[in-house]
Design a protein around this ligand. Structure first.
Ligand code: HEM
Length: 497
């Protein structure tokens, strides 16, 4: 009774002083906006970034956020503001600092963006550093070639399957009809087949059947595009919200789409009795998401640049032929230990990852409580606690101060002809950041490296390649910083050696 009386009196008071209440609310709102604005007003950036996330979200909506980050860094320097509470940096030193200094944690972006299942975290979405570290300790050995001795053999079977698919369906002959192949699609078959083999111990057989089995790839692309839209509208939290989120996110009962894909994956996992418990199921599922588009993006990017540079293709094949002539490994797929010793191939891969880094989202981290002072180009910059700081990947890897005026050109020789050893070491350290750094560094790096190294060797040892539409080499979009690429049509011919 007393509560309802007080409520009525309060409502009466508000209705008597409507104008004053509106003014007070506006003042409080403006004060909080000013407070937020001034927190980071010493960081350069477009004026609107201090007041609104809309321009940033607009770039996400248009699927060009990676380019937006690059352009902001080019214009405002190595640390720049992109939102009221967000900054981004293209400085490798800053990024290494953020990823190693205790107290930094993953921002809430992670659970909004990469929590594949409703309200259940995986290692990638885990924002609680302690829980993340504990999970990482548990699952890391399974990802490493040293601990997982079957890894290389598993990948070899899929490399051989790719060569087999090309020979069965896509080899064109001199003067005969051209059998066009969408390399972008087949690369995704390859990465999906590898990752299913690594994650569940059984492959999807996409290469063997030359098909997007159960529409997994389409579902995953649709899921990324829809998720990207939610993020652009600042609604990422909705799919994880209590009750309502259950109906918005993918459901295991869905007939198609991401939900259907998750159900199928769980079936694979259960059949193999690979993992026990829901937590491990989530980790396995997460590998599929983290490990297929990323490596596919890398392989497509490297291939496009090599195919557009005939001199590089020729030099790669000369190196491959010399190694193959001396081969001590028999007839199978080239061993990783051999490709690792091929300087030109390694330069091509490093340069490919530099010119076309496949993971381009902010990977944002929160500054520890109490704030932190970072150093950018010798100047100290204070970031208040809770500020969200992300990486400007493209700007970092295309930095003209380090790589020169031709930083945006694919030139593997820059890794071979650099005489300044100190500079080469810096370039290498920065290049390694493609896979992240410190406690959040990519766990799948050995898997991805094996896929890229072996596949490139075998593609170019066996075949000659050409783009079918050099004027429009592929169709591309970007969601969550990952490239979704289709229609990369190529002509493949047996090599005349
Ligand atoms: C060229 C291919 C790849 C690139 C460029 C790449 C890049 C990255 C990056 C930048 C991160 C760090 C994210 C952060 O700072 O929070 C990451 C994390 C991760 N990646 Fe990869 N990745 C690739 C392939 C793979 C593959 C093949 C797998 C699985 C076999 C994988 C599994 C993971 C996992 C599990 C994490 C989370 C690690 C953690 O939270 O501790 N990645 N990756």
């Amino acid at each position: 009774m007393a509560v309802s009386q007080t409520l009525t009196q309060a409502l009466d008071l508000v209705s008597e002083h409507k104008v004053e209440v509106v003014i007070a609310a506006a003042v409080i709102y403006l004060l909080s906006q000013f407070r937020t604005y001034f927190k980071l007003s010493h960081v350069p950036g477009p004026w609107f970034a201090g007041w609104s996330d809309v321009p940033h979200n607009w770039s996400i909506w248009n699927e060009v956020a990676y380019q937006y980050y690059h352009d902001i860094s080019e214009r405002y320097g190595k640390i720049a503001r992109i939102g009221p509470n967000s900054v981004l940096s293209s400085s490798p030193e800053v990024w290494i600092h953020v990823n190693t200094k205790p107290g930094y944690k993953r921002s809430e972006w992670y659970f909004k963006a990469v929590r594949v299942e409703y309200q259940r975290d995986n290692i990638f979405s885990q924002t609680d550093t302690e829980k993340h570290d504990a999970t990482r300790k548990k699952i890391a050995p399974g990802y490493s070639g040293r601990e997982n001795l079957e890894l290389e053999g598993s990948i070899d079977t899929r490399v051989a399957a790719f060569l087999g698919l090309i020979r069965r369906n896509y080899v064109s002959k001199e003067g005969g009809p051209v059998k066009k192949m969408d390399l972008a699609k087949k690369i995704q078959f390859f990465t999906m087949d590898v990752i299913s083999l690594v994650a569940f111990g059984t492959t999807f057989h996409m290469l063997d059947q030359d098909s997007d089995i159960s529409n997994f790839i389409k579902s995953s692309e649709d899921g990324l595009l829809i998720g990207n839209m939610f993020m652009a509208l600042n609604l990422g939290w909705l799919v994880q919200a209590p009750v309502i989120g259950k109906f918005l996110g993918p459901s295991l009962k869905d007939k198609t789409g991401f939900g259907a894909m998750i159900r199928e994956c769980f079936r694979y996992i259960d059949e193999r009795a690979w993992a026990e418990g829901d937590e491990l199921r989530s980790e396995v599922l997460e590998q599929l998401v983290a490990g297929s588009d990323t490596t596919a993006g890398a392989l497509r990017g490297i291939m496009l640049h090599v195919l557009a540079t005939p001199r590089v293709q020729r030099k790669m094949q000369e190196e491959i032929d010399a190694v193959y002539a001396e081969r001590a490994w028999g007839e199978g797929v080239v061993p990783m230990a051999v490709v690792r010793q091929m300087p030109y191939m390694q330069a091509v891969i490093r340069e490919g990852l530099r010119i076309w880094p496949p993971v381009l989202n902010l990977l944002p981290k929160d500054v520890p409580e109490g704030g932190d002072t970072i150093v950018v180009d010798g100047k100290k910059v204070f970031l208040p606690g809770g500020t969200c700081i992300g990486i400007s990947t493209l700007a970092m890897h295309h930095n003209k101060e380090l790589y020169g005026e031709d930083a945006d050109v694919f030139k593997p020789e820059r890794w071979l002809l650099e005489t300044d050893q100190e500079k080469l070491a810096v370039m290498t350290r920065i290049n390694d950041l493609t896979f992240g750094h410190g406690k959040w560094q990519c766990l799948g790096k050995p898997v991805a490296q094996m896929e890229i190294n072996k596949m490139l060797f075998e593609w170019f040892r066996n075949f000659d390649w050409a783009l079918v539409k050099p004027h429009k080499p592929w169709r591309l979009t970007n969601a969550f910083g990952l490239f979704l690429i289709n229609d990369m049509w190529v002509r493949v011919m047996e090599r005349e050696t």
